[in-house]
Structure formats: C-alpha cells, structure tokens
Design a protein around this ligand. Structure first.
Ligand SMILES: Nc1ncnc2c1ncn2[C@@H]1O[C@H](COP(=O)(O)OP(=O)(O)OP(=O)(O)O)[C@@H](O)[C@H]1O
Ligand SMILES: [Mg+2]
Length: 244
C-alpha cells in the first residue's frame, strides 16, 4: 500500500503552523462536473503557496492517480508534490490519519460520482465540502443532495460553478442566482469557466498554473484558492469575488 510520506522537518514554515490537518472534500453526485479538475488544481495551487498538500483519490476510476502518473513524466515540475494516494472509500479514514501524522497541512479528497453512501462518511471526516456543478439546470438540481448531507452534519460547504461559458455572463449569473437565491446555498467566490487549458493541463499531469501561468484559467484557480483559504479562516487576503 502506498502511504503519505512524512514531510521532512526544517522546511520553510507554512501558513498554518502547528495546526491540525484540514480536510477539503470535493463531492458531487453528477459525473463530469469537474470534481477531479478542481481537486488537482487546488492541490497544486496549495503547493505553490507553500502548503504541504496531499490528494486522496477515492474514485475507482483513479483520475487523480492517473494525473499523478502523467506528472511524473513531465519535465520542469516537482512531480513529488502534491502526493496523490488512492484509497478505497472503506479505508479512507486511515489515509486521513496517515496524512495528519505525516505533517500535511491540507488534504483534498476527490470522490466518485453517485457516492451517496460513502459521501455521508466522507462528509463526516471533512472540514469543508466543495460541490462543483456546471451552470446546467439538471446539474444544479443534483447539488441538493450533497448540500443536504453537509447541512445535516453542520459542515461548511459551497458550490463551485465550473465550466461556465466566458462569453455567456447572463447564463452564469442566472445559474449563480438559482444556487444562492432559489436554493439558498453558499457559492464559492470565484467562477471557473470552460477553458481548454484545464483539459490540456489535466492530460499532462499539471495544474493550470503550471501549464499556463498567465492564463485566465490560472487566474480563476488562484481566485478560488484564495477564497477557500479565507472561508477556512486560514488567510486574510481576498482577490476575486463573484458579484452574483
Ligand atoms: N473548467 C473546465 N474547462 C474545460 N474543461 C474542463 C473544466 N473542468 C473539467 N473539465 C474537463 O471535463 C472533463 C470532466 O472533468 P473531471 O474529470 O474533473 O470531472 P469529474 O466530476 O471528476 O468526473 P467523474 O464524475 O467522471 O469523476 C475532463 O475532461 C476535464 O478535463
Ligand atoms: Mg473525477
């Protein structure tokens, strides 16, 4: 079994000194809405910002693990980070404990679609739940169940609007309105658009900030990461805010 290796001591201090591991799970009932893409990019952004970040892949499709395998072949990136480990949903508690003992600051958990049973348990062991959705009405409808799980367990959660059309701001605004005003769900302070850089970076085992550092995609991920740090109470700076 592959484990989370300990971070060596004496590294530069992180922004969360001596704090317990923060677990952020990315959960959505719907397939293909961007769970793995959001997980991978937030983890690489966390590394870029000096955090000790890991990824736990609970999806039997092993998308994040496959991404990490590609990353090993990529030149010019530190492929040893983020550490990506796979686990069966039944054993994930052990992997979380391992990451905690090994000195990680933050662990992003990528989950399979339709993981209703497992999702209850994953939510229980998470500090924060991100729920990606596209602006499509069927996808937005499907976030209800995951949000209910988070609410039942009084876990902070937010919807991440992903794959928005950058040239269709009205569609994005209407989707945001539906989420916040009709469903009364919190929404992340940054919208992610449908951009080729995401797909290209995924294929190469990179985060968009590594693949195309000056791209809009990289800007959006930085915005989402900054917003998440603030919502987790870990950082005071805030850049991009969605004006829904
Ligand atoms: N913002 C985006 N722009 C362009 N392509 C995207 C974006 N987000 C995700 N994709 C692409 O959409 C596809 C599905 O994304 P991803 O695998 O992250 O979704 P998922 O929710 O994890 O899917 P699954 O339910 O199968 O695990 C992938 O090909 C990915 O590269
Ligand atoms: Mg996935």
């Amino acid at each position: 079994m592959r484990v989370f290796p300990p971070y060596p001591s004496g590294e530069k201090p992180t922004i969360t000194p001596n704090q317990p591991l923060v677990v952020v799970s990315v959960i959505a009932r719907k397939g293909g809405v961007g769970k793995s893409t959001v997980t991978i990019n937030l983890a690489t952004e966390a590394i870029k910002n000096g955090l000790k970040a890991g990824v736990l892949d609970l999806d039997p499709q092993a998308t994040a693990e496959t991404w990490a395998d590609e990353r090993e072949k990529s030149a010019n990136v530190d492929s040893s980070q983020p550490v990506v480990r796979g686990s069966k949903p039944s054993r994930f508690e052990m992997a979380i404990a391992e990451a905690d003992h090994s000195g990680y600051d933050i662990l992003f958990i990528d989950t399979p679609a339709n993981s209703t049973h497992a999702a209850t348990d994953i939510v229980k062991h998470s500090d924060y739940i991100l729920i990606p959705t596209t602006p499509g009405s069927f996808d937005i409808e499907a976030i209800k169940q995951t949000m209910r799980l988070a609410n039942e367990q009084e876990k902070p959660a937010a919807v991440v609007l992903n794959k928005c059309r950058h040239n269709a701001p009205i569609q994005t605004r209407n989707a945001a309105k539906k989420i916040t005003k009709d469903h009364h769900f919190p929404i992340a302070g940054e919208v992610i658009c449908n951009r080729k850089a995401f797909d290209d970076a995924n294929e190469k085992g990179l985060g968009v900030q590594e693949y195309a550092p000056r791209s809009k995609a990289a800007e959006e991920i930085a915005g989402l990461y900054n917003w998440l740090m603030i919502d987790l109470g870990l950082e005071a700076e805030h850049h991009a805010v969605l004006s829904a």
